[in-house]
Design a protein around this ligand. Structure first.
Ligand SMILES: Cc1ncc(COP(=O)(O)O)c(C=O)c1O
Length: 368
């Protein structure tokens, strides 16, 4: 039945909020029976001492969390060799991305992102009424520095790149990023969500450049996606402007406790990271043998072009029938690809068994 009141309410939405309705949802319905390999979580328990911090924090549930996340920011500053004022903490790095868009973009402004990239940025740009410029890497898979500095992105208020990138997993040498940061006088937001699975990081550049803001998250390499812990690292003046925009009590006591716990027990994750890199290699080889073309990855996932005949969405649906969830990116020109997160050995065995089953059936009946 048409609801006139609801229609009236919805017609008062801002133009940006109305436009968001047209964007595809990035949420999937979690089904406990599924092997969830579509959002790059790290499916391991917290190390015991970190879990103890979480449980102890529950006893402080009646208190508001510390405002401005001071102790967590101090712990992060110590771990990353910075001072407290160079650190902002958030409910995951996505909260911090949201603050950056709010702080720098007015309706009609432009932001540039290396594409394909993290799709959430498209939503954030729409929310600000901003133009979202997607600039691909060069043919040699290098940063399109000329285009970013002098081409279509020359007026963008900030430039966003992720290293390693999502959804490709590709890693750019830090020297290349430094060259862009050095030549540009605009803000470069470097999203290092997956950097703990990569051979290098750009932290050392913060000493040299005030136009660089690095984002980190504990959702991927520290198995804490559900607790929501992220950091922005940069010049105190820039970080201070972002902290001004932040909600009071934006994080909670568990997030603070787990964040501080992780920062003091980072060595406890060494085995986890070794496991993920090893599994990544094993799955990469197995998929290649099955006719997939896999992009070399430095993250906790693989982007794989499916064998000719079917597209990524077909494979996603076929895997879903076997209770395996993977991601696809048709809106990014990656129609023939699936992205699979690297999880436990058992999860990856289940994924490969399903892929082999589907491949076998396709060989018997290619018209399926
Ligand atoms: C490149 C990139 N940045 C940021 C995020 C957001 O992470 P979180 O908000 O969980 O910290 C993700 C999550 O998938 C991501 O892939």
């Amino acid at each position: 039945m048409p609801d006139a009141k609801l229609q009236s309410v919805l017609s008062s939405l801002s133009q940006q909020a109305s436009e968001l309705n047209a964007l595809p949802s990035i949420c999937t319905m979690p089904d406990a029976r599924c092997v969830k390999l579509d959002t790059n979580e790290n499916p391991f328990a917290l190390p015991a001492p970190v879990m103890e911090c979480a449980v102890a924090a529950l006893e402080r549930q009646y208190l508001y969390p510390q405002d401005d996340n001071i102790s967590l920011r101090e712990a992060a500053a110590k771990a990353y060799g910075l001072c407290r004022d160079q650190v902002i903490a958030g409910n995951g790095s996505s909260e911090l991305l949201g603050l950056i868009y709010k702080a720098f973009l007015s309706p009609g402004d432009a932001v540039a992102m290396i594409s394909p990239g993290f799709a959430f940025n498209r939503k954030l740009a729409t929310l600000q009424g901003a133009r979202f410029l997607e600039i691909p890497l060069t043919e040699a898979y290098l940063l399109p520095t000329e285009q970013l500095l002098f081409g279509p992105a020359k007026d963008a208020k900030f430039i966003l790149l992720a290293n390693p990138n999502n959804p490709t997993g590709m890693f750019l040498p830090v020297a290349e990023i430094e060259s862009l940061v050095a030549q540009s006088d605009r803000l470069i937001v470097l999203d290092e969500a997956y950097v703990d699975f990569a051979p290098d990081n750009a932290l050392r550049l913060l000493d040299r450049y005030s136009n660089l803001l690095i984002l980190r998250t504990f959702s991927k390499s520290y198995a804490a996606a559900g607790i929501r812990i992220g950091f922005g690292l940069g010049h105190p003046e820039l970080v201070g402007r972002l902290r001004n925009l932040q909600n009071v009590f934006n994080m909670n006591v568990i997030g603070h406790a787990v964040g501080i716990g992780i920062l003091s027990h980072r060595e406890a994750y060494e085995e986890n990271h070794i496991h993920i890199k090893r599994e990544r290699q094993r799955v990469c080889v197995a998929l290649s043998q099955l006719g997939f073309s896999v992009t070399p990855s430095n993250a906790n996932f693989l982007l794989a072009q499916v064998p000719p005949g079917q597209d990524g969405t077909w494979w996603q649906a076929s895997l879903k029938k076997r209770k395996i969830l993977v991601a696809v990116f048709p809106e990014d020109g990656l129609e023939n690809c699936i992205r699979v997160s690297i999880g436990t050995r058992a999860q990856m065995d289940a994924f490969l068994t399903a892929v082999r089953d589907i491949s076998g059936r396709l060989q018997h009946d290619p018209g399926r």
